[in-house]
Design a protein around this ligand. Structure first.
Ligand code: SF4
Length: 305
């Protein structure tokens, strides 16, 4: 029996929105041979490579595609892009996650109520571009109190603002901004658009991180929710490493740890997570070292971000 305990977070593998997007795309690829997508379907290279091997063309804008069927990715697209696709006579397979659609609708309803829309999230993320693209007036996108203060002069923030969140954001990280907004504005309306599956996974992973020696977060470096999950876990346990797959995990990274927790991002395939567990279990019976590394060395190992 192993002396090392490996505990997987309660839920690993794709969230329902990612599963749905992959299934819709596979179905389109089975039925047609002219399917393309603007950008990546989800932020995981192995998944996108598999779909491209099945014939999915990835392009960065219209005009470069050869096909006439377009998949809208899980993060959604700005409505101007969808209108452009319709004008070009393209067939659309809409894989936008229903929770992202709800966030778009929430932003629209705040705008209709006369609010200056404020989105807490990453302005370069596809989901945020999609939400902004459904609005008539410019939204303010911020990710820190400093950004909020800087924007104070150029946006109508003193009267009525309506706030939504990037669906994969951690509410915990938005508190400071919310406090500042309430202090700054006369009226603040909030619609909580944070995705429940994300929230549940974060809560579960944080609870796990707090009670293990070493926490391992598995997922792509281009996945916003994985990056955020790793940052949150690191906050609760500095011995947190972020890897993309088992190949990046050397024995020296965990040889000292007795209790190890594993959690993953929402676009990480389950078998990649299981691969990490198997790799650790392959060292069953190996000798433990009593040298607990200094967390600052993880960056040097390429395990920290
Ligand atoms: S993380 Fe949530 S919002 Fe994003 S695709 Fe998955 S279920 Fe949808």
């Amino acid at each position: 029996m192993s002396l090392r305990n490996v505990t997987l977070a309660k839920e690993v593998g794709f969230c329902f929105g990612v599963k749905r997007a992959i299934n819709l795309t596979k179905q389109a690829l089975d039925e047609r041979d002219d399917v393309f997508i603007l950008g990546d379907l989800v932020h995981n290279k192995r998944v996108t490579d598999e779909l491209e091997a099945k014939g999915l063309q990835k392009v960065d804008d219209y005009g470069k595609q050869k096909g006439s069927t377009m998949v809208i990715r899980a993060h959604g697209l700005p409505k101007i892009k969808i209108a452009e696709a319709r004008d070009r006579g393209l067939e659309i397979v809409d894989a936008t996650c229903p929770i992202v659609l709800r966030a778009q609708e929430a932003a629209q309803s705040l705008e209709q109520r006369g609010c200056q829309v404020v989105i807490i999230g990453d302005r370069n993320h596809a989901e945020i571009k999609g939400i902004i693209g459904t609005l008539e007036s410019p939204a303010l996108v911020i990710d820190s109190v400093e950004e909020l203060r800087e924007a104070k002069e150029s946006f109508r923030l003193r009267r009525k603002v309506g706030v939504i969140f990037q669906t994969t954001h951690a509410l915990e990280l938005c508190r400071e901004i919310m406090n500042e907004l309430v202090f700054m504005c006369k009226e603040v309306q909030i619609i909580n658009t944070i995705c429940r599956p994300v929230q549940n996974r974060q809560d579960d992973a944080l609870e796990l991180a707090a009670r293990v020696d070493l926490m391992i977060v598995v997922g792509s470096l281009t996945s916003a929710n994985t990056m955020e999950l790793a940052a949150l876990c690191r906050y609760h346990n500095p011995h947190t490493i972020h890897i993309q797959n088992a190949d990046e995990l050397g024995y020296e990274a965990f040889d000292w740890a007795v209790n190890i927790g594993i959690a993953s991002g929402l676009s990480t395939p389950e078998d990649i997570v299981q691969g990490v567990r198997t790799k650790i279990e392959e060292f069953e019976g190996a000798i433990f070292t009593d040298h607990k590394p200094n967390p600052s060395t993880y960056a040097a190992l390429g395990h920290s971000h």
